[in-house]
Design a protein around this ligand. Structure first.
Ligand code: PGA
Length: 255
């Protein structure tokens, strides 16, 4: 059996600035009983404005915490007001970037093509994409889950080579809604994703596939026990460091 790395990843979205939380967040993490386990990576994705401070705080933290960005522009540089390039993120010491989150697909019209470009430039720069995929409720109800995942994976990973990547399976209808997918749906989707990865030239058995969508400290223990689930991408519940630590502990116990 391959021991894939497990992850506990926080996505703060547009929450927690410097004054409004990051400092306290790191002190809560440091005061918790969480200590690193090399089999479980802890990654926090704060907004752009506090990436530098978060890196500085992570460097003096008792716990190994990687800092991820929530987005990147797919151009190298130039007249793109309000955008941030891969090189800028690399300069800050960012090792991971969330790509293709359903909120970016839905509210900022990100296409599979644009997402593919982001995956390509990140991988080229040695930054690991946390590549999000998932079906809408409509797609699930119309039996289009497999086709949707296949299209997102095939187009999103085209030309990236068999490089390091983390996949987050996030059914759109489960994000921020308090509705988690059922165990059967999650196991089935994770297996589907591994099969598709194998079909397109990746080694699906070696790639960590996380679940995301209303994960919290009440359901994390059960969800991490599901076959093929290698950790979580957590939105709402990650905003409270104590909840995030509790979820981390369930992942650690599952190793
Ligand atoms: P949620 O968000 O945990 O609040 O559902 C997950 C995500 O958007 O990554």
């Amino acid at each position: 059996m391959i021991n894939r790395k497990r992850y506990c990843i926080a996505n703060f979205k547009m929450n927690l600035g410097f004054q409004s939380g990051i400092m306290n967040y790191f002190s809560d993490l440091n005061n918790s009983s969480v200590r690193n386990n090399s089999s479980v990576g802890i990654i926090i994705s704060p907004p752009f404005t506090v990436l530098n401070q978060s890196i500085a705080l992570s460097e003096i933290s008792k716990i190994d915490i990687d800092i991820a960005a929530q987005n990147v522009n797919d151009n190298d540089s130039g007249a793109f007001t309000g955008e941030v390039s891969v090189r800028m993120l690399a300069d800050c010491g960012i090792g991971h970037v969330i790509v293709g989150h359903s909120e970016r697909r839905a509210y900022f019209n990100e296409s599979n093509k644009e997402i593919n470009k982001k995956n390509q430039i990140l991988i080229k720069s040695g930054i690991t994409p946390i590549f999000c995929i998932g079906e809408t409720l409509d797609q699930r109800q119309n039996n289009l889950t497999k086709i949707t995942l296949k299209e997102q994976l095939t187009k999103g990973l085209n030309g990236t080579g068999n490089k390091e990547i983390i996949i987050a399976y996030e059914p759109v209808w489960a994000i921020g809604t308090g509705k988690t997918a059922t165990s059967e749906m999650i196991i089935e989707a994770h297996q589907m994703i591994r099969n598709i990865l194998n079909d397109i030239g990746f080694d699906g058995e070696k790639i960590s596939i996380l679940y995301g969508g209303s994960v919290n400290r009440n359901n994390a223990k059960e969800l991490i026990g599901l076959e093929g689930v290698d950790g979580f991408l957590i939105g709402g519940a990650s905003l409270d460091a104590k909840h995030f630590c509790d979820i981390y502990k369930f992942i650690e116990e599952s190793v």
